[in-house]
Design a protein. Structure first.
Length: 316
């Protein structure tokens, strides 16, 4: 995790933003929009705003993690993950902190429109998402250091993101500006199930990251769920999350009467199997760093295939 002198300022900021993690922000929005298309409630402007807001929150959270892991001493030279710009001395800590605040500020600006459309429910979701991003590694009780990171990723990068995206579109059909409650029918059981698919694979990204860092996290006192569970049960968690995500398309087809085209994500199963073999047998960064990127790619492919399966029946 040593900084190199030939990294430019632009490259350093890209490293801090961690674009390889952006599928975790974009995929749930894509799924929420695709379900809205299938259900006939698609609204392009709220969907676009949800995408931009989600990506800004993702990048802001990446800046926050980079900054707080460094100041808390969780990033050391023994860490095998991608270079962190704060701990590596590539960017001054205060500038990373300012970038975090600025990115979250832009998310709030985008969120003002979504709050106008979605009212109090979106206000709660938006503010809690930002707070969750900061408190993951920051604040007096960084929950990512106490085994709660997996739960919050599952919640916010799966269930909340998918259902929230669907909600800001469907609510335009049944309510005026700034509803104060959740109108009936604006969040359906089917969209919650779709959210489980994104939740499972999004959390898998964190699981791979934490398996790779298990030993160094234990040494620095960062008690991730992987540190608590150990390799065996962390790998069981990974397998269970993969299984959950790939159970979603058949459930949508059999239990909710969605078209057979929603089974399209099953085409990505060979990639999931290959990835799982690596996670089940390796602990080193040379294997798990590429696996981490491939997990993000798997999430993106899964989301695109499921979205295509939802949209395809309506295309004439």
């Amino acid at each position: 995790m040593t900084a190199t002198a030939d990294i430019s300022r632009t490259q350093a900021w890209l490293m801090a933003a961690r674009p390889q993690t952006l599928p975790a922000g974009a995929a749930p929005v894509l799924l929420g929009a695709a379900v809205a298309v299938y259900e006939g409630v698609f609204a392009p402007l709220p969907a676009l705003a949800a995408l931009v807001g989600a990506l800004l929150i993702q990048v802001g959270t990446n800046f926050a993690n980079d900054y707080y892991d460094a100041v808390n001493g969780a990033d050391t030279d023994e860490r095998e993950g991608f270079t962190r710009v704060t701990a590596g001395g590539l960017i001054e800590p205060r500038k990373v902190k300012y970038a975090m605040a600025a990115t979250y500020g832009l998310a709030v600006v985008v969120g003002l429109y979504l709050v106008y459309v979605g009212g109090v429910p979106i206000l709660v979701v938006g503010l809690s998402s930002i707070v969750a991003g900061v408190l993951y590694t920051g604040g007096p009780y960084p929950y990512g250091y106490y085994g709660l990171g997996d739960f919050f990723v599952f919640l916010y990068f799966g269930l909340v993101a998918v259902t929230g995206t669907y909600y800001v579109q469907s609510v335009t059909e049944v309510a005026g500006a700034f509803p104060t409650t959740l109108p009936p029918g604006t969040v359906t059981p089917a969209v919650v199930v779709a959210g489980l698919g994104a939740a499972g694979l999004s959390t898998c990204i964190l699981v791979v990251n934490n398996i790779r860092d298990l030993e160094t996290d234990r040494e620095t006192g960062k008690r991730t769920l992987a540190v608590m569970l150990g390799y065996r049960w962390s790998r069981a968690e990974f397998a269970g999350l993969i299984g959950l995500s790939y159970a979603v398309p058949p459930v949508l087809w059999l239990a909710f009467g969605y078209p057979v085209t929603v089974l399209a994500p099953l085409l990505s199963l060979p990639l999931a199997v290959t990835l799982s073999r690596t996670v089940m047998t390796r602990t080193d960064g040379s294997a798990l760093n590429p696996a981490l990127e491939r997990t993000g790619q798997l999430l993106a492919i899964y989301a695109v295939l499921l979205a295509a399966g939802l949209v395809a029946p309506g295309v004439t």
